[in-house]
Design a protein around this ligand. Structure first.
Ligand code: CTP
Ligand code: CA
Length: 235
């Protein structure tokens, strides 16, 4: 029923959405991961398809299976996600980085399962992963493309700065066009079916405040802003 009500304002628009959370292997059986379920990313993909877009999902360990009508490319690590996003976004009109990317990965991947040794602790050397979102912005600018690039950020405010202030700073440092910010707390967002977000625009501050609702509704609110920005920049 929702599909019938969705506006067809993304007809023939090519959209690439990353979803889920990357896993960084430590040895053949262990990894560093995160709790992203992939639900918000999948909701964006379905909503974009409902609105007429041609959608590609780059999926890192989704908790729920993707609906069969979606075109999915599976990845695991941040490195794989980076390669996949570079390839899939080359001819895209809109790129949405909803995936949770591991900031660090183990410096070495042991080829054999790590054994415990001695009775004391252990430490793991980590190296930083590339910033995929920033890389997509750089590639877009180098190509002289008008591709719209959307980032996500989960933030907690503190005494010094609000969630939105941290979001504005992140938007500026990433160089993306839109940043969808959600406030994370004890039981917010991860693994739930609802979300509440603030959508920030480059040079334009807060574009929309979306109160807590189903991730499918949040997805449509994000795409309302995306569609408006696309049509605003129509030649
Ligand atoms: N992101 C990315 N590559 C990374 C890390 C993050 O592309 N290596 C993307 C995420 O998919 C998201 C956006 O950047 O769209 C913001 O992610 P976030 O983790 O909030 O930003 P970071 O730059 O990693 O900053 P922080 O230190 O707050 O984690
Ligand atoms: Ca991060």
């Amino acid at each position: 029923a929702l599909a019938a009500l969705a506006p067809r304002d993304l007809d023939s628009v090519r959209v690439v959405v990353s979803a889920g959370g990357t896993r960084e292997p430590l040895d053949p059986v262990r990894f560093l991961g995160n709790r992203s379920s992939g639900r918000q990313g999948l909701a964006l993909a379905r909503a974009a398809a409902e609105r007429g877009a041609t959608v590609r999902v780059v999926a890192a360990h989704l908790e729920d299976p993707a609906p069969s009508h979606l075109d999915v490319r599976a990845v695991s690590t941040a490195a794989e996600l980076e390669t996949a996003m570079a390839e899939e976004s080359a001819d895209a009109d809109v790129v949405i980085m909803a995936a949770a990317v591991a900031d660090y990965r183990p410096a070495r991947i042991e080829s054999n399962k790590l054994k415990k040794s001695g009775g004391s602790g252990m430490s793991i050397d980590l190296v930083q992963n590339p910033d995929i979102l920033r890389g997509l912005v750089t590639a877009r600018d180098a190509a002289g493309s008008r591709r719209l690039i959307v980032g996500f950020a989960a933030e907690t405010g503190d005494d010094a700065h609000s969630v939105v202030e941290y979001g504005q700073a992140k938007l500026a440092s990433k160089g993306c066009d839109l940043l969808v910010v959600n406030e994370v707390g004890a039981h917010k967002t991860f693994g739930t079916d609802t979300n509440a977000v603030t959508i920030l625009g480059k040079d334009s501050g807060t574009l929309a405040v979306v109160t807590e609702q189903a991730k499918s509704q949040v997805a449509h609110a994000v795409l309302d802003v995306v569609a408006e920005q696309l049509h605003r920049s129509d030649p």
